[in-house]
Write a protein that binds this ligand. Structure first.
Ligand code: FE2
Length: 253
């Protein structure tokens, strides 16, 4: 699966394409309306609420993330969010609407409406799968590394801050590297909330719901986070998202 951010005015489109896993993965494009103090950018998301497979085989992340974890996490948890969303919006004004529309509409300024959790979790999980790759992790390079060093003083400081956010998110939630107002920042969100509804462009995420790591790490969330950072992160995906975010920000400035 490849991400292809396309500049638009004042929005951009993020498209994900069929991968080579052989699993049916209909085209998905995303439109995410974002607004912040100084920018009104959007990442387009259109979706038919299809369970998009990870862009690698389910055993491809072993030994760092097991096939069994992917079978449950993608095959059952992610699938349930998509299936439940379909049922939830059936016959409502939200039926057939792009995921971004549903996410923003049902976030309702923090007073969540019923479809928010399934819509956001469907989006978050696809973003999470695309945040990883076999033989990933370690230190990024190029412009991304330069920006991490600029905004966190060093990669090691960013690593510490990201790990701490992921480790200290109480209960279920997510940790993110996000971009807004020409700066990188680490944020953590509870349950299904993501940076899209907070006015930032998400660049990287780790799922810290217990279902994400219990089979491989039981209660050792810090070990799961370190494994994610050291062995699984796709910095190529993060860099592509950063470039798209910068284009979207500049077009809306
Ligand atoms: Fe999850």
């Amino acid at each position: 699966m490849h991400l292809n951010y396309q500049k638009a005015e004042p929005s951009i489109k993020l498209k994900t394409h069929t991968d080579s896993t052989g699993v049916c993965s209909p085209h998905l494009s995303l439109k995410l309306e974002l607004q912040s103090q100084s920018m009104a950018a959007s990442i387009a998301v259109t979706a038919n609420y299809v369970l998009q497979p990870p862009p690698y085989a389910l055993d491809a992340l072993e030994p760092h993330m097991s096939k069994q974890t992917l079978e449950f996490h993608w095959g059952k948890h992610h699938r349930a969010y998509v299936d439940n969303l379909k049922k939830q919006v059936l016959g409502t004004d939200l039926e057939g609407k792009p995921l971004d529309h549903i996410i923003n509409k049902t976030y309702n300024n923090g007073d969540l409406l019923p479809a928010f959790n399934n819509a956001a979790q469907a989006w978050n999980h696809e973003f999470f799968w695309e945040s990883m790759k076999p033989n990933g992790g370690g230190k990024p390079s190029g412009e991304l590394l330069a920006l991490l060093e600029r905004d966190f003083t060093s990669y090691e400081k960013f690593y510490e801050e990201f790990n701490a956010a992921a480790a200290t998110q109480f209960g279920a939630g997510w940790a993110w590297l996000a971009y807004a107002n020409d700066k990188l920042k680490v944020v953590k969100t509870p349950n299904a909330v993501n940076p899209l509804v907070l006015g930032s462009f998400p660049l990287l995420t780790i799922d810290v719901w217990e279902h994400a790591y219990y089979l491989d790490f039981q209660n050792r969330r810090p070990d799961y986070i370190k494994t994610f950072m050291n062995n699984l992160v796709s910095w190529e995906a993060v860099s592509a998202r950063l470039e798209a975010a910068k284009v979207a920000s500049s077009s809306s400035a």
